[in-house]
Design a protein around this ligand. Structure first.
Ligand code: URA
Length: 257
């Protein structure tokens, strides 16, 4: 059957037929049209509504802009990041990191300088001779080591107990900041010159820094002499006692007792 007869039959049966229009010369010659017509046409299924027409479903449609979720910090991941830290050269010489110990819900946070030889070997802060004196100082204001948390500016021992370098303190600082944020202490005690200068971002002498109350991240901060220094300079012990009294008063003021 030729095409004309076929169309007549279809028309007689009431079936509409579609015929290609004559393409304009301009379109037919366009390379773009060639590319398009070379593609097999696809059948376009009728579009389904995006969601069932259930009003309850509309309520759970996700917002187009999702808020960025920052996972909350936690003690375990912080501790493991410190253990595996390789941010400065001290990781090459340490025996182990010293994260800090004590009460994880403390009113008091004591921050020293860096682990010494014994601390590096045992993985605990203030376990040498200076540590024993610190325990005595705590007892003088009715605190035990279980009441407080003790950490250091550096989590790794500097070789031969030299002073921490600025780049080491800068690399370690975020760990301490995260510890403070998680511990939420009522009072911070900076133990010794290095801790005081680093926390207060100053190079002022400790003799000038002690005797005042500062704020770090909104938390009152008091400076005391380092027990290792007190072991060498017995004449300063009365000043150390005054510093502890100031720390205690600051705490009592905070608590309103
Ligand atoms: N000195 C510090 O400052 N920290 C320690 O952990 C030990 C000694």
């Amino acid at each position: 059957m030729n095409n004309t007869s076929r169309l007549q039959y279809l028309e007689a049966m009431g079936i509409e037929s579609w015929q290609l229009r004559q393409q304009s010369t301009f379109l037919a010659e366009s390379p773009l049209v060639e590319a398009i017509t070379a593609i097999e046409p696809v059948s376009i299924a009728p579009q389904k509504p995006a969601l069932p027409e259930n009003p309850a479903v509309a309520l759970i449609v996700p917002a187009v802009i999702q808020p960025v979720m920052i996972p909350a910090d936690n003690w375990e991941s912080l501790q493991s990041e410190v253990t595996n830290c390789r941010k400065c050269a001290l990781c090459e010489t340490r025996s182990q990191t010293v994260f800090g110990t004590g009460n994880k819900n403390p009113d008091w946070l004591f921050i020293g300088e860096a682990p010494g030889e014994q601390e590096d070997l045992q993985g605990q802060p203030f376990v040498g001779a200076a540590g024993s004196l610190l325990t005595e100082m705590l007892r003088a204001i009715n605190l035990s080591r279980d009441d407080i948390f003790i950490a250091n500016i550096l989590k790794c021992r500097p070789p031969h107990n030299r002073d921490p370098h600025a780049d080491e303190m800068a690399a370690c600082r975020p760990f301490l900041e995260r510890q403070i944020a998680l511990l939420k202490p009522k009072v911070i005690v900076a133990v010794g010159r290095i801790a005081a200068q680093q926390l207060l971002n100053t190079d002022m002498a400790i003799g000038k820094l002690r005797g005042k109350v500062y704020r770090m991240n909104g938390i009152p901060l008091v400076v005391i002499y380092h027990p290792a220094y007190l072991l060498r300079s017995l004449s300063q012990k009365s000043k150390a006692w005054q510093d502890l009294q100031l720390a205690l008063k600051t705490y009592q003021d905070m608590k309103g007792v």
